[in-house]
Design a protein around this ligand. Structure first.
Ligand code: KIV
Ligand code: ZN
Length: 505
């Protein structure tokens, strides 16, 4: 059987220490409930002594949640431990997590005392906490910069005092993976009573190694990882829960370890935390970033449609996202285009696809990304029905400004032959329509003209709808382009082509 890694989530404590990320009590409770759904083993709900609000929040979470262990943080001092005790009273499975700095720099500049005194306070704090609850965790803050022999002594003595979990924090994100793995291994081999406690790690991300350090630690005997959703936390943050959990899952043949996390809840949890903290996830963030399952290269898109594992090491569904997103750009191929069209409900033949692909590339060349709305509009205006158009726009040139008379030059293909004409008008659209009229030589009146933007942003496509009339016949036409004059010309030509078909019928 695989060994289990305990997932200790500290989003509501270390995560909340991120500047600007503070949460209301309601938000903390909602996040805690979602963490319960995610099935984390331990939720560090807060630091009760830090404020009456935090104490109440830990109490509320303790009351509301049934399954996970609820931990409260306390410095190695009586008043902190008492506050924790009070906050955790309603918890079904309470844990008091007490800590003190053990590196010389912390002993000297933070506690202002000696190694001996820190050892004494650690033992006393653990004993006091054990009077209140069975589940006590002790953290040797700044462990990775602590003298190794002293660290061994403190771990041994706090286990003797009753700590069931010993946390070895890389509080300043200083460690690197091989070193961190070795530290855990050396502790496992040196401290005589180490197997009486669970060894935990708590890695900060100052050098971007929090996930790697946590994984190196579990490869060497640690069995609890402290982490946060989206990697939030003090300074550069903590190890990201989604990263450590998915690494253990995707590379299970390597680690041979498992967690109880319901990974399908990861994405929802990440979104909730981002929304409540107001700290959005960077697009290229592993696992939960907007681009983590988005494929922009044409070669990748084609491959992933043939077999997901060509460029996907995990399924988006495994973290709760419905599917790989194929970002349609000018680099996308026919396969990706027809796949998306099919998803949108358009079934096209190979021959039709070739024609649509040319139109698609024309749009994609002008826009960074082609959205579903662009495709729908393209299919409805110049898609299938565009194949039997009588009038096809080949080229349009307009000159306009505040001090010149607007002028348009149009080249059209009419029944396979090209025609060119120029005209001036009241505005560029009027000039373009006059130039078209001089080629088609028909007496047309424009009944209605409407322009709207589809999709947002400055590269949005403009969609023009027109209604034209010739004698008793009235028809509509629609045109689409990132250039609104071109969209206007296309709409007019679409209506003219429809007029021809109507007349023929
Ligand atoms: O980074 C750290 O050392 C901590 C402790 C309180 C565990 O957050
Ligand atoms: Zn921390």
């Amino acid at each position: 059987m695989k060994d289990k890694i305990i997932i200790f989530d500290t989003t509501l404590r270390d995560g909340e220490q991120v500047p600007g990320g503070s949460l209301t009590r309601f938000e903390k409770l909602e996040i805690a409930k979602q963490l319960e759904k995610l099935n984390v083993d331990v939720i560090e709900a807060g630091f009760p002594i830090s404020s009456p609000g935090d104490l109440e929040s830990v109490k509320e979470i303790s009351k509301a949640l049934k399954r996970p262990v609820i931990a409260g943080l306390a410095r190695a001092v009586k008043k902190d431990i008492d506050a924790c005790r009070e906050a955790l009273k309603p918890a079904r499975r309470p844990r008091i997590h007490t800590f003190i700095g053990t590196s010389d720099i912390h002993v000297k500049f933070i506690t202002n005392t000696t190694r001996e005194e820190v050892l004494r306070r650690s033992i006393e704090a653990v004993k006091l906490a054990r009077n209140y609850c069975d589940d006590v965790e002790y953290s040797a803050m700044d462990a990775t910069r602590t003298d190794f022999d002293y660290l061994c002594k403190i771990v041994e003595e706090t286990i003797k005092a009753g700590a069931r979990t010993i946390n070895i924090p890389d509080s300043v994100g200083y460690s690197e993976p091989a070193e961190h793995g070795k530290l855990i291994k050396d502790l496992m081999n040196t401290v005589p009573n180490i197997n009486k406690a669970v060894i935990s790690v708590h890695c900060h991300n100052d050098l971007g190694m929090a996930t790697a350090n946590s994984l190196a630690a579990v490869m060497n005997g640690a069995r609890q990882i402290e982490c946060t959703i989206n990697g939030l936390g003090e300074r550069a943050g903590n190890a990201a829960l989604e990263e450590v959990v998915m690494a253990l899952k995707v590379r299970k043949e390597l680690y041979n370890l498992e967690t109880a996390i319901k990974t399908e809840e990861i994405y929802r949890t990440s979104k909730l935390v981002a929304r409540y903290t107001g700290i959005s996830v960077q697009p290229n963030k592993s696992i939960v970033g907007q681009n983590a399952f988005a494929h922009a290269s044409g070669i990748h898109q084609d491959a992933i449609l043939k077999k997901e594992s060509t460029f996907g090491i995990m399924s988006p569904k495994s973290i709760g996202i419905t599917g790989h997103e194929l970002v349609l750009t000018s680099r996308s191929g026919r396969h990706a285009l027809s796949h998306r069209l099919e998803e949108l409900g358009y079934k096209v033949t190979a021959e039709e696809l070739n024609l649509i692909y040319v139109k698609f590339l024309a749009v994609a060349d002008k826009k960074k990304e082609v959205f579903d709305e662009d495709l729908t509009a393209m299919m409805e205006t110049e898609g299938k029905k565009g194949f039997d158009a009588s009038y096809v726009l080949e080229d349009i040139y307009v000159a306009t400004g505040t001090k010149i008379t607007p002028m348009a030059t149009i080249t059209l293909k009419v029944k396979g032959k090209s025609f060119k004409a120029a005209a001036i008008g009241d505005g560029p659209v009027d000039a373009a329509y006059k130039a078209i009229n001089s080629i088609v030589k028909q007496d047309i009146s424009l009944v209605d003209y409407q322009l709207k933007a589809i999709t947002g942003g400055k590269e949005a496509q403009g969609e023009v709808s027109v209604r034209i009339k010739k004698g008793p016949i009235e028809v509509n036409g629609r045109g689409l382009s990132t250039d609104i004059i071109e969209a206007s010309a296309r709409a007019y030509l679409d209506a003219l082509s429809k007029l021809e078909r109507t007349k023929a019928r």
